[in-house]
Design a protein. Structure first.
Length: 73
């Protein structure tokens, strides 16, 4: 999942950097936009995925932390 976030951020940054080159900005500005937008999109996506579920739902979906199966009486 982390690799997907990084690849997605790189793709978004590359599209923004290429767009800035097409619009006539310098190569240095395109590199700045590429790195800034890429890093920012990775951080935003990670925060969005972290805050997606309510903490109570995360606790319930985790299940029982016991090592042994439940025994019958």
């Amino acid at each position: 999942m982390i690799v997907g976030l990084i690849l997605g951020g790189s793709l978004v940054g590359a599209m923004c950097g290429m767009t800035s080159l097409i619009l006539g900005h310098s190569v240095w500005m395109a590199l700045l936009i590429y790195s800034g937008v890429g890093a920012l999109s990775v951080v935003i996506a990670a925060v969005g995925l972290t805050l997606r579920a309510v903490p109570e739902e995360r606790i319930e979906s985790a299940g029982s932390p016991t090592l042994a199966p439940a025994q019958r009486n």
